[in-house]
Design a protein around this ligand. Structure first.
Ligand code: GDG
Length: 477
């Protein structure tokens, strides 16, 4: 078999890294999408080349001529984009419905948030078939197809049914839940069978892999599982052999580090710090999502100010929230809840010259993002559940002065790699989070430096190129 590196790579994900927007002159143009999958996959395609298939955020009914716009974006790139049109109805049922009101809460272990609607599942299968047809239109012999994330679990199965013999792998960016949670979904058997259309199924952590293997053992009587705690496990069914592995996703460390060191970022960092003289900056950066634990974090900050009143005027929480899925009611309600808590805290504690929380509800540019990372004395990465969490890794890569502390939830995938050098917290335990914030605020310079150096070494060694190489090696093993 040809080396995976020599074969053309076809990446398939729900979203493309470019997104259609209307300009002030009412013209359509392409902007940049943000999110963990995009941050991770751009360097992979930059290095390996290939085709990226996904949705550009437009609706089929808008009849936008995307090809020309995409061609312009591809200039100077060694990879191509191919867009998949989605109708308004598909968006409602497949994207908002099945992907984000069923699979997302289920996989993040909150089955009570799931709306198990049969129509959603039907639309999910229909749109996955559509993606598979677009892949077929692009496919040449020996292409390696790499499908990403929960929205497209079924695409591999559709490709197999069309007779595709190419190697197809799947990577799940979000957690895989324990058996008792997964089993709530009425279509559990079909979903598991769809996941077994792939030659390799990749997870972020050992826990996700273990959960998946337990579900397979529970649901499929005929599956033989050759399980190894470390390394690649094998599942043998009547349909064939499937590998299952753990691949903690990462970032392009060198790119983040170099950009964070640039004059542009340094100047902006100084500006930010100047805005808060004599204050230690605590930073939260998240997509708007209930999995990120933002209300819990804000309540812990409030408790910190109550428990240690001397800290008032000496600390500042900067909470950046990137708009996401606002047209889903749970997300719209969450935004209101967060804004109410921010308002309460600022209302209760503000004094002349000091407001406890600076709250931004808009995306930052990469330069601003890095400047905030560099300016802050600690990052609060406290999700209730998270596949990996790249903000934690970016914060470390950007910490040029090695004077920051990472407070990290034990329920973020990243905690598996960072358990010795980040301060791990249970985000549900408010008092423990408060005590950990206090510990971080009082940490000695030497200890901060030692911990941050270790964290940086880890992100540098296990960067996005290590991740892709390890994954591709496992495919061909
Ligand atoms: C999913 C999984 C997994 C955020 N705000 C801004 C901005 N971002 C970028 C960050 C980071 C990305 O978005 C967020 O990535 P996360 O990993 O933290 O979270 P998800 O979006 O939920 O990603 C996650 C990931 O996939 C990869 O597998 O780690 O567990 O849920 O890169 O920098 N970027 C810019 N401005 C912002 O305001 N430019």
């Amino acid at each position: 078999m040809q080396n995976t590196k020599d074969r053309r790579l076809i990446i398939v994900s729900n979203r493309l890294p470019v997104i259609v927007k209307k300009s002030l002159e009412n013209k359509y143009e392409l902007g940049h999408a943000s999110g963990g999958l995009v941050t991770a996959m751009i360097p992979v395609l930059k290095r390996n080349g290939g085709v990226w298939i996904g949705w550009a955020g437009n609706f089929a009914e808008e009849n936008i001529e995307l090809d020309e716009l995409l061609k312009n974006k591809e200039k100077n790139l060694n990879y191509r984009y191919k867009s998949v049109d989605i109708s308004l109805n598909d968006y409602d049922l497949y994207y908002k419905g099945f992907s984000n009101e069923v699979l997302w809460p289920l996989f993040h272990n909150v089955s009570v948030y799931c709306n198990f609607v049969t129509e959603y599942y039907e639309a999910f299968k229909k749109v996955n078939l559509k993606f598979a047809k677009i892949v077929m239109g692009e496919l040449i012999k020996n292409d390696f197809i790499w499908i990403h994330d929960y929205h497209l679990i079924n695409t591999g199965k559709e490709l197999r049914q069309m007779g595709v013999k190419n190697q197809i792998a799947f990577f799940l960016h979000i957690p895989f839940p324990p058996s008792e949670t997964f089993n709530c979904i009425p279509w559990r058997l079909e979903i598991i069978e769809a996941m077994l259309s792939y030659d390799l199924i990749g997870f972020q952590t050992k826990i996700d892999k273990k959960n998946f293997l337990e579900v397979v053992a529970f649901l499929l009587d005929d599956a033989v599982i050759d399980q190894k705690e470390e390394g690649i496990a094998k599942i043998i069914t009547q349909k064939g052999e499937h590998k299952v592995g753990v691949f903690p996703i990462s970032i392009d460390y060198d790119e983040f580090y170099t950009q964070a060191k640039s004059a542009e970022v340094s100047i902006m960092m100084k500006e930010i710090k100047k805005g808060y003289p004599g204050q230690k900056i605590m930073l939260g950066i998240d997509r708007l999502d209930y999995s990120k634990g933002i209300p819990q974090r804000l309540k812990a900050y409030k408790r910190l100010l109550e428990k240690y009143p001397r800290l008032q005027k000496k600390i500042k929480l900067i909470q950046v929230m990137v708009p996401s899925r606002e047209d889903i009611i749970k997300y719209a309600n969450l935004k209101s809840e967060i804004e109410q808590i921010v308002g309460e805290i600022n209302g209760k504690f503000s004094q002349p010259g000091w407001i406890p929380i600076q709250y931004c509800y808009h995306p930052l540019s990469r330069i601003e993002l890095l400047a905030y990372y560099r300016a802050s004395n600690m990052a609060l990465v406290t999700p209730l559940k998270d596949g990996m969490n790249l903000v934690a890794k970016e914060y470390c890569a950007a910490n040029i002065d090695k004077d920051g502390v990472l407070i990290l939830s034990e329920f973020a995938g990243a905690s598996q790699q960072f358990k010795n050098d980040a301060l791990l917290v249970n985000p549900f335990d408010k008092e423990a989070v408060v005590d950990t914030m206090k510990e971080a605020l009082s940490m000695k310079k030497k200890e901060k430096k030692k911990r941050m150096q270790n964290l940086q070494n880890c992100v540098k060694k296990f960067d996005i190129y290590w991740w892709v190489d390890t994954f591709l090696k496992a495919v061909k093993m």
